[in-house]
Design a protein around this ligand. Structure first.
Ligand SMILES: Cc1cc2nc3c(=O)[nH]c(=O)nc-3n(C[C@H](O)[C@H](O)[C@H](O)COP(=O)(O)O)c2cc1C
Length: 176
């Protein structure tokens, strides 16, 4: 196993940063799109792999957003946001919401939201949240949301991100 030390908690040079990122990429995750309404404009939408559960009581989840993301300011002030967990067939949706300054919502109908959450269709699960806390996460901001409503379907297959690539779940169970 390749070893790399982190100098006093700071990943300085580009090569060390790449090795750190590659090591983190060994943690397989699902993929989600965070959506939030924006007054008078198309909603916020950003692809994340940093979604995770936090607490059952109260029901809390988290995700982190790069400080360079254009959506950050709107997410920080959003009155509510939703986590849309993508299915295997939704790679195009993941790529679309991972592209800044693009027509992320082209062809997607979201209608007049009023005070409703923005939910993407055909996902595996959705978690509608109200903002609970925001924390400094270095070059990211950590969002903790309190789940006010959730839905899930258990017959679908997840989109997986591992080693910097999309993957599909194989049904063979992990060796005991
Ligand atoms: C699979 C995948 C996972 C990602 N995970 C995150 C993440 O957890 N946090 C983050 O800030 N950006 C993440 N990104 C990158 C953002 O989606 C990307 O920077 C996006 O362009 C931000 O949009 P914006 O600049 O319009 O806000 C991810 C991208 C992909 C493809």
């Amino acid at each position: 196993m390749a070893e790399s030390s982190v100098d006093q908690g700071v990943v300085t040079d580009a090569d060390a940063q790449r090795r750190f990122r590659n090591a983190l990429a060994m943690f397989a995750t699902g993929v989600a799109v965070i959506t939030a309404p924006r007054a008078g404009e198309v909603p916020v939408g950003i692809t994340v792999a940093s979604f995770n559960s936090v607490s059952l009581d109260p029901p809390l989840v988290l995700f982190s957003v790069d400080r360079r993301c254009l959506s950050l300011a709107d997410l920080r002030s959003a009155p509510r946001y939703a986590v849309n967990v993508l299915a295997e067939a939704q790679q195009e949706i993941s790529n679309r919401f991972a592209r800044a300054n693009s027509g992320k919502w082209d062809g997607i109908h979201f209608g007049n939201l009023g005070d409703r959450h923005v939910l993407l269709p055909d996902t595996l699960a959705t978690f509608e949240c109200e903002p609970y806390a925001m924390h400094d996460g270095g070059d990211h901001v950590i969002f903790i949301g309190r789940v006010v409503r959730h839905q899930a379907r258990h017959d679908g297959r997840p989109l997986i991100f591992f080693g910097g690539k999309y993957r599909a779940l194989e049904d063979s169970p992990a060796a005991a």
